[in-house]
Design a protein around this ligand. Structure first.
Ligand SMILES: Nc1ncnc2c1ncn2[C@@H]1O[C@H](COP(=O)(O)OP(=O)(O)OP(=O)(O)O)[C@@H](O)[C@H]1O
Length: 241
C-alpha cells in the first residue's frame, strides 16, 4: 500500500533531517513509527503526505507517486495530525460534511458513518457546535472523526493519543483494530511504547533521522541481539548507543 524508498529530505536543501528512510505498510497491518523527540517522525510523515518534497528517494501509495497521480494518491489517504487543524467558521458536523464531499462519500453512507463515529467518540451533543468552543481533546476528536469517516486504504496517524481521555483512547484503539481488520494500512507515530508493542504488527525505530531498527519485535530483538527485550528496552538500547 505505502512504499517509502531511500527517502532523504527535510526543511532545507543544505541540511537534510531524514536520511535514506525505507519502510513499507501493507494492507491490514499497523506499523509503529517510533523515536525520541526530534528523531524525524513528523518530518517523515510530512514527506509521505507531500507537504515536503524529497531531496531523493520516493513515496508511492498503491504504486503511484503524488506527482504521477495526485488525485488517486490523495484519495487513498487520510491523516490524523498531531495538532488539531480546523475551520473556526464550521461546526463539527460541517467539518464532517466537508470531508464527505471532498472524498465523495455518498450521502446515506456519510450519515450512517458520521452518526456511528459521533456516538463512539461521545460527540453527538456537540455536533452542531463550533470547534473553538471545544476542549483540546474534543478538538483532537474532530481530526479522528474526519479521518475515520473516510475509511481510507491508508491511514497516517501522528501521536493520536495526546490529550484524549481514557474512554477516547480505548475507542480509538478499537477503531484502529476495526479498520485494520477491514484491510486498512496504518502508519502510526507514538511515544507510548507499551501501546505500540501491543497494537502494532511491525515497527520503524528512527534515530537521528535514520532507520535504526525495522521489523517485528522478534526481528528487532535479533537485529540488536537481545532475545527477550521489550520494545521499550530495545528503544533505550538504540538511543543510548
Ligand atoms: N519546520 C521546521 N523547520 C526546520 N526544522 C524543523 C522543522 N520541524 C522540525 N524540524 C527539525 O527536524 C528534526 C526532526 O523533527 P521532527 O519534528 O520530525 O521530529 P519528531 O520525531 O516528530 O519529534 P517529536 O517526537 O518531538 O514530535 C528536528 O531536528 C527538528 O528540529
Amino acid at each position: 500500500m505505502l512504499v517509502v524508498k531511500d527517502l532523504t529530505g527535510g526543511y532545507s536543501r543544505h541540511q537534510p533531517v531524514i536520511h535514506q528512510i525505507s519502510l513499507e505498510v501493507q494492507p491490514a497491518e499497523i506499523v509503529g513509527l517510533i523515536g525520541v523527540n526530534g528523531a524525524g517522525k513528523s518530518t517523515t510523515i510530512k514527506h509521505i503526505l507531500g507537504l515536503l518534497t524529497p531531496q531523493s528517494g520516493s513515496v508511492t501509495v498503491q504504486g503511484s507517486t503524488l506527482q504521477e497521480n495526485p488525485v488517486q494518491f490523495r484519495s487513498h489517504l487520510a491523516y490524523i495530525p498531531e495538532v488539531p487543524q480546523f475551520y473556526e467558521e464550521l461546526t463539527l458536523w460541517e467539518h464532517l460534511e466537508l470531508t464527505a464531499r471532498a472524498y465523495q462519500i455518498p450521502p446515506e453512507e456519510f450519515k450512517q458513518r458520521a452518526e456511528y463515529l459521533l456516538d463512539v467518540f461521545r460527540m453527538k451533543k456537540v455536533a452542531k457546535w463550533f470547534p473553538h468552543t471545544f476542549s483540546k481533546g474534543m478538538q483532537q476528536k474532530i481530526m479522528l472523526l474526519c479521518a475515520f469517516l473516510v475509511e481510507p486504504s491508508l491511514l497516517i496517524v501522528d501521536e493520536p493519543f495526546v490529550g484524549l481521555d481514557p474512554l477516547a483512547i480505548q475507542a480509538l484503539l478499537d477503531l484502529l483494530l476495526q479498520r485494520k481488520k477491514a484491510g486498512t494500512a496504518i502508519l502510526m507515530s507514538t511515544h507510548i511504547l507499551t501501546m505500540a508493542e501491543k497494537y502494532c504488527d511491525r515497527f520503524v525505530l528512527l534515530h537521528e533521522g535514520r532507520v535504526a531498527l525495522y521489523g517485528t519485535l522478534e526481528d528487532m530483538r535479533k537485529q540488536i541481539g537481545l532475545p527477550n527485550a521489550s520494545l521499550e528496552e530495545l528503544f533505550i538500547q538504540v538511543v543510548k548507543d
